[in-house]
Write a protein that binds this ligand. Sequence first.
Ligand code: ZN
Length: 389
Amino acid sequence: MSTRTDSLISLTIAPAQVIRGNGALKQVGSAIAQLGSRPLLIGGDHTLQIIQPRLESALTGQNCTIAQASYGADCSESALLSLKRAVAEHRADLIIGSGGGKALDAAKLIAHQCKLPIVTIPTSGATCAAWTALSNVYSEDGAFLYDVSLSRCPDLLVLDYELIATAPQRTLVAGIGDAIAKWYEASVSSGHSQQTFLIAAVQQARVLRDILFQQSAIALQFPGGEVWQEVVDATVLMAGVIGGIGGAQCRTVAAHAVHNGLTHLLESHGTLHGEKVAFGILVQLRLEEMIQGNWLATTSRQQLLKFYCEIGLPQTLIDLGLAKVSIADLQRAAEVACADQSDIHRLPFSVAPTQLMAAMVSTTAPCHNLKNDEGFEVEYPTQTLNLKP
Ligand SMILES: [Zn+2]
């Protein structure tokens, strides 16, 4: 079963250069100056306040004129338009994106559209957006609209652990959720592939998951420590490597489709991308259990519920702040997730919105026939949602 065609495939595997370390930002002046002399720094208002002074001091003596532009709240079409104006006003010859996923996505997309080099400086371990050649575009209200493949990965990625350590712990927890999703999704979308790069991507996704299973709890106990740095490497860099090697064929499946659907509910905007994706993994496994009768999925879900409990990832709609969501709203999210072009249809069976809703409200359903180490049956409380008609 070959999916190889004669069409050309462009590989965008990795940034040209990655500089990582404690205080890395202070030492990247010459590396940035090699890429341009009129950088435009793009980020959120808070990030700009923190990063611009540090960058200015790093660029001292480099003959660079730096300006800044806020992307607002989302990587939306109107934000991109105003950023383009800022690029023209400053006559920028280099874009520096700093912040979380949305700020980095906006900066990468602007650089792509203006054909300028791009430096990414992540401020949290919440996503691998600093690495990848992909940007998500959202509506003004924060609903996911579409993603754009970019011509290349960033020219330079600066991973400064001191900077990441100042972000709320919750962001790294979300990043762990997003990173482990790579295995659950890649193994479904590409697990049977005979292609060298796809086999490599799926296997690395498994290794990444195992590293995070083993290290996350310890890392979160000692922020800034050695194990913590390894976990940051896993969520910010390694997750990006898998996306790069897997490329366009190693797609997301139901976990991200559920995330995309949930972004259409305003009530979900208080939670992070990786938190919704982590919940989406449970939903995906639940679908495999309910529709396919897949007992491996039951075991995986049990393993994940335990892991989520350990590190604080959401297990239910209630945990996602959606306790009061109406059936109509839940149905709307499910319909978005099941739209024709949605990646949910990469599952080896078809999914209807009603089935998806049933999976979404039963992510903690008891795992019958499963025994814990002592031989007792393991039970998880089913969630009680007050669904308004
Ligand atoms: Zn993601």
